[in-house]
Write a protein that binds this ligand. Structure first.
Ligand code: UDX
Ligand code: ADP
Length: 484
C-alpha cells in the first residue's frame, strides 16, 4: 500500500548550533533534491557557516567540512533571514537552545523554553500553506502541546480566505554525540519520529529513507518520542556515574576500574560501551536533561523517582570536585602558588564545546586553592575559557613584569598556552582532563625534565601509558587505579 505524504521540497531549520548545523548539512548532502536553509539570529554564527575558510566553521566536528563543502551553495544555505526561510518552507525544524532555567518557576531544573516558544510564534506568523513543524531540540515531555497551541492561533484564515494555513507538529529528537556527529548522522542506530499525523510522519521518514534503513526508523506517539530522548540521555549518564562510583571504590580497594569494566562489559546484557571512568560527564545534554527529568517527576508527584535521577547528577558533581581535592592532597595539601598544567578544556575529545565541561569545575576549585593554571586545549579558544572561568585572561607569567604579578593573582592566575610543552614548563603537576589523542603519546622523559620535582601526573581519563610515565620518574595517579 502506498502511504500518503506531503512532498518536501524546501526545509528551514531554525538554529545553526551544534545540532542544527551538522544535522542539516548531512540531510542536504544525502537529499540533493531538497533545498535546505539553516537560519539563526546570530549573525556572526551565520557568517562563520558561510566562511570560505572551512577552519572558521563555528563548530569543530570531524568530517563536517567535507559534508559542508559538498552541499553548501548547492542545496544548503545559511541565512539570518528567518522570516523568508519559514515562509517558503514545507517543513520547519526547531533546533534552538533549551538550557536549564536560571530563575523563576522550576529554576535550576526545568528547561527554559523561551527560544522554542519564540520560534513557534515566528512560524505561526510567517508560515504559508501547510507546514510540518519538527521539534529537533531536546524538550520536556508535552512541549509539542505548547507549540501546537501557539500554531493553532495562526491556523484560521486571516483577511484573505485563500491564506489558509495549517500545521502539524512532530518530534524527531537528535541522538548525535559531539565529536562523532557526522558518523552518528550518516549511520544512526535509529531515527525516532513521534507524532499523530501519519501523512506528516511519512513525509519526514521519506527524507531519512534516502540513507537510513527502514527498520531503523521508529515511529511512536509524540510523548514517547519526547520522553525517549530524555530517557536515553539519563540512562547513558547513569552508566557514567555508576562506573565513576566504582572507580572510587577501586582506588581504595586495589581493584582496577578498567579490568572491572571489561569484566562486566563482557556480559552481553551490559555491553562494553560507555564504561570509561573519567572526571565526570559534561556536555550540553546530560545534566540538563536529567534535571529536566527530575523536575518532571516532581511535577507529576513522583518524588522518589526524581531523587533516583537527581543522584546521578549529584555523584557526577562529587566526582569533579573529588578530583580537584585529590590533586591538592597529593601536592602536600596545598597548591597555593604552585603551577599546574591543565591539559584539555573541552568536555570530551574531538569537539571545541566546553558546555558543562568537568575542566571548568576542576579549574575553578584549583584556582580557589590558589593554584596557577597553564591551560592547553587543541581546539578551545582563549575567549571561551575566559567566559567559562568568568575571569580575565592573563598572559604567561614569564611575559609579565614583577609589577603585574599582583594583577595576575587578581585575575585568578590562569593563562592559555599554545601547546603541551609550554603548559608543563615549570609545573608541579599535569592534570589531564580531556582524552585528546595527542595526550596519549607524550614524551614523558622530556616533560619530566621541564617540570619542578617531585612532579605529578593526574590522568583523569586513563590515556597515558603508566609504565612510560613512572619510568620517566614522575608520580602518577590514574582514575580508578587501586595500585597507583
Ligand atoms: C550525548 C549523547 O551521547 C547523545 O546521544 C545526545 O544526543 C547528546 O548527549 P554528547 O554529550 O555529545 O552526547 O557526548 P557523549 O559522548 O555522550 O559524552 C558525554 C559525556 O560523558 C562526556 O563528558 C564524556 O567524556 C563522558 N563519558 C562518555 C565518560 O565519562 N565515559 C564514557 O564511557 C562515555
Ligand atoms: P544546540 O547544541 O542545541 O544546537 P546551540 O546553542 O549550539 O544549541 O544552538 C542554538 C542556536 O539557536 C543558537 O545559535 C541561537 O542563536 C539560535 N536561536 C535561538 N533562538 C532562535 C530564534 N528564535 N531564531 C533564530 N535562531 C535562534
Amino acid at each position: 500500500m502506498t502511504q500518503l505524504r506531503t512532498e518536501i521540497n524546501k526545509v528551514c531549520c531554525i538554529g545553526a548550533g551544534y545540532v542544527g548545523g551538522p544535522t542539516m548539512a548531512v540531510i542536504a548532502d544525502r537529499c540533493p533534491d531538497i533545498q535546505i536553509t539553516v537560519v539563526d539570529m546570530n549573525e556572526k554564527r551565520i557568517a562563520a557557516w558561510n566562511s570560505e575558510n572551512l577552519e572558521e566553521l563555528p563548530i569543530y566536528e570531524p568530517g563536517l567540512d567535507e559534508v559542508v563543502t559538498r552541499a553548501r551553495g548547492r542545496n544548503l544555505n545559511f541565512s539570518t533571514d528567518v522570516e523568508e526561510a519559514i515562509s517558503t518552507a514545507d517543513m520547519v525544524f526547531i533546533s534552538v537552545n533549551t538550557p536549564t532555567k536560571r530563575k523563576g518557576l522550576g529554576s535550576g531544573q526545568a528547561s527554559d523554553l523561551r527560544w522554542v516558544e519564540a520560534c513557534a510564534r515566528q512560524v505561526a506568523q510567517c508560515a504559508k500553506g501547510h507546514t510540518i513543524v519538527v521539534e529537533k531540540s531536546t524538550l520536556p515531555v508535552r512541549t509539542a502541546e505548547v507549540i501546537e497551541v501557539i500554531l493553532q492561533s495562526a491556523q484560521q484564515p486571516k483577511t484573505d480566505p485563500k491564506d489558509v494555513r495549517s500545521f502539524v507538529v512532530l518530534s524527531n529528537p537528535e541522538f548525535l554525540a559531539e565529536g562523532t556527529a557526522i558518523r552518528d548522522l550518516e549511520c544512526p542506530d535509529r531515527v525516532l519520529i513521534g507524532g499523530e499525523d501519519s501523512d506528516a510522519i511519512e513525509s519526514l521518514a521519506s527524507i531519512y529513507k534516502q540513507w537510513v534503513p527502514e527498520e531503523r526508523i521508529l515511529r511512536t506517539n509524540l510523548w514517547s518520542s519526547e520522553l525517549s530522548k530524555l530517557t536515553a540521555n539519563a540512562f547513558l549518564a547513569q552508566r557514567i556515574s555508576s562506573i565513576n562510583a566504582v572507580a572510587a571504590l577501586c582506588e581504595v580497594t586495589g581493584a582496577d576500574v578498567r579490568e572491572v569494566a571489561r569484566a562486566i562489559g563482557s556480559d552481553s546484557r551490559i555491553g562494553q560501551k560507555f564504561l570509561s571512568s573519567g572526571p565526570g560527564f559534561g556536555g550540553s545534554c546530560f545534566k540538563k536533561d536529567i534535571l529536566n527529568l527530575v523536575y518532571l517527576c516532581n511535577h507529576f508527584g513522583l518524588p522518589e523517582v526524581a531523587k533516583y535521577w537527581q543522584d546521578v547528577v549529584t555523584l557526577n558533581d562529587w566526582q569533579q570536585h573529588r578530583i580537584a581535592k585529590l590533586v591538592v592532597k597529593k601536592l602536600f595539601g596545598t597548591v597555593s602558588g604552585k603551577r599546574i598544567a591543565l591539559l584539555g578544556f573541552a568536555f570530551k575529545a574531538d569537539t571545541n564545546d566546553t558546555r558543562e565541561s568537568p575542566s571548568i569545575n576542576v579549574a575553578k576549585d584549583l584556582l580557589e586553592e590558589g593554584a596557577q593554571l597553564a591551560i592547553y586545549d587543541p581546539r578551545v579558544i582563549e575567549k571561551q575559557i575566559c567566559v567559562d572561568l568568568q575571569r580575565q585572561s592573563s598572559t604567561s607569567p614569564e611575559a609579565k613584569s614583577d609589577s603585574s604579578k599582583s594583577t595576575l593573582k587578581e585575575e585568578g592566575a590562569w593563562w592559555p598556552t599554545k601547546d603541551v610543552r609550554e603548559a608543563i614548563s615549570g609545573a608541579d603537576a599535569v592534570v589531564i582532563l580531556t582524552e585528546w589523542r595527542e595526550f596519549k603519546h607524550l614524551n614523558w622523559i622530556e616533560i619530566e625534565s621541564k617540570m619542578r620535582q617531585p612532579a605529578w601526573v593526574f590522568d583523569t581519563r586513563a590515556v597515558v601509558d603508566p609504565i612510560a610515565v613512572k619510568s620517566a620518574g614522575l608520580k602518577l595517579w590514574r582514575v580508578g587505579d587501586g595500585v597507583a
